[in-house]
Design a protein around this ligand. Structure first.
Ligand code: ARG
Length: 464
């Protein structure tokens, strides 16, 4: 018999139980469910609804159930819908009638709202720690790259030379924003919903503040209907995770390109690649590719959550049970990606010669030439146009920019001087950059030092 079966004359069929159960996936909330119940029981005792002796018996029963589940010594069955029912039934079995007092002043609607908040708060912390590890790996790769130069791309075409370290530090910024988004989103859902009941609150004088304090929530929720009905925090968390894995997938795409035979810029340790079952010569960057691929799941999870909430009437609706699998999957997938990406990056071996070779095409320095002409007083549009015409002449006459004679160059750009013809080196190009945040090696070194200080200040660790 179900715990809610008072007004029912028959049990649900096996098919209906299997259709409506959530235990197969919400059992992973057991620690949060029990932590919530322990706080609830303590608060019930503090207002005298149960005696301290009863509270002690219920609490030790709950702890016993937790250790049984921990050790795999607990039976889960679809005859009991969810984790809340499992814990409560086991408690009643264990401590007798006193156990039936646990659910006083509580509904599964506010209980599940509490459990998922506790779960997500913890999960966000774990993701942030994983992102910090990824940042440490990026930073160490950036330091190892030193002053290595590669062609920076726009539209996937050679644009201007940049430092490899500068390219990697771009991802430091992206993952730092992911962290700040996660930390910010936690602030909004870090409120304690218990005491909201099914939707209207409780006629018992529950001490919500005490529960909040015991579970380390800075505040209690303000509206009982919102507390049980809203899942915007899950959508927001999934959005933070989706953005984060999309950023990771861009890094993975760069790594995949760098490993390609066409680029030949980098290689990763064998442990992060796999071979082909047919072609003996292949070494494929599967970890990078699957990072790109798995990010699709998290985008799907976000879409599922948004679609789930769209058009739902107030307040709790059973549809909301479907919120768990997508948020669990989004978290699991993100954590899986973060468990391999940092160590893969640590093994990156860059081919400096190939990178520099690709960045040495003098056409990549065309912008530098235009900026030199601007320094001499030429309007930028004119300089851009003239250098473009010079590049056109070079292409038509099979002559690279750095092989032009002064006379040849002056036919297109009369203002050009001898010294302008000596600017076509990628090393000179990066050093010529002056702006804050540019690829100038001194600026990049300064940024590396700043990142080192920041990560040290917040105590980021590789093993964390
Ligand atoms: N299994 C449910 C869920 O995950 C718990 C809340 C059920 N509430 C109810 N009134 N049936 O949403």
């Amino acid at each position: 018999m179900a715990l809610w079966s008072g007004r029912f004359s028959e049990d649900p069929s096996k098919e209906v139980s299997e259709f409506t159960e959530s235990i197969s996936f919400d059992k992973r909330l057991y620690k949060h469910d029990i932590a919530g119940s322990l706080a609830h029981v303590a608060a019930l005792a503090s207002i005298g609804i149960i005696t301290s002796d009863e509270a002690e018996k219920i609490s030790s029963g709950l702890r016993e159930i937790e250790s049984r589940i921990d050790s795999g010594n607990f039976e889960f069955t679809t005859r009991l819908e969810d984790i809340h029912m499992h814990v409560e039934s086991a408690l009643i079995e264990l401590v007798g009638d006193i156990g039936a007092k646990l659910h006083t002043g509580r509904s599964r609607n506010d209980q599940v709202a509490l459990d998922t908040r506790l779960y997500c708060r913890n999960a966000a912390e774990v993701v942030v720690a994983g992102l910090r590890k990824l940042q440490l790996a990026l930073l160490s790769s950036a330091k190892k790259a030193g002053d290595a130069i590669l062609p920076g791309l726009t539209h996937l075409k050679h644009a201007q030379p940049v430092l490899v370290a500068h390219h990697l530090l771009a991802y430091m910024e992206m993952f730092d924003r992911d962290i700040s988004r996660l930390e910010d989103c936690v602030k909004r859902f870090n409120v304690m919903p218990l005491g909201s009941g099914a939707l209207a609150g409780s006629s018992l004088p529950l001490d919500r503040e005490k529960v909040a304090e015991l579970l380390d929530f800075p505040a209690v929720s303000s509206n009982s209907m919102d507390s049980v009905a809203s899942r915007d925090y899950l959508c927001e968390l999934a959005a933070c995770l989706a953005i984060c894995v999309v950023n990771a997938s861009r890094l993975a795409e760069d790594m995949t390109l760098w490993c390609s035979d066409e680029f030949g810029f980098a290689e990763f340790a064998d442990a992060f690649c796999t071979g082909s079952s047919l072609m003996p010569q292949k070494k494929n960057p599967d970890v990078a590719e699957l990072t790109r691929g798995k990010s699709a799941r998290v985008i799907g999870d976000l879409t599922t959550l948004l679609t789930l909430c769209k058009g739902l009437p107030m307040a709790y609706n059973r549809d909301l049970q479907e919120d768990k699998e997508p948020i669990f999957d989004a978290l699991d997938t993100t954590l899986k990606i973060l468990s391999v990406l940092p160590s893969m990056l640590e093994t990156m071996d860059i081919n400096r010669v190939a990178m520099l070779g690709a960045a040495s095409d003098p056409a990549l320095m065309a912008t530098d030439l235009a900026e030199e002409l601007v320094r001499d007083g030429m309007p930028f549009r004119t300089a851009h146009h003239r250098v473009g015409a010079l590049v056109g002449w070079c292409n038509a006459n099979n002559t690279p920019l750095n092989k032009l004679t002064l006379q040849q160059a002056r036919e297109t750009i009369p203002e050009i001087a001898e010294r302008h013809l000596g600017i076509f080196s990628p090393e000179r190009s990066v050093k010529a950059k002056k702006t804050h945040g540019s690829t100038n090696p001194e600026e990049v070194r300064r940024q590396i030092t700043e990142w080192e200080r920041k990560l040290e200040r917040i105590g980021a660790t590789r093993s964390g």
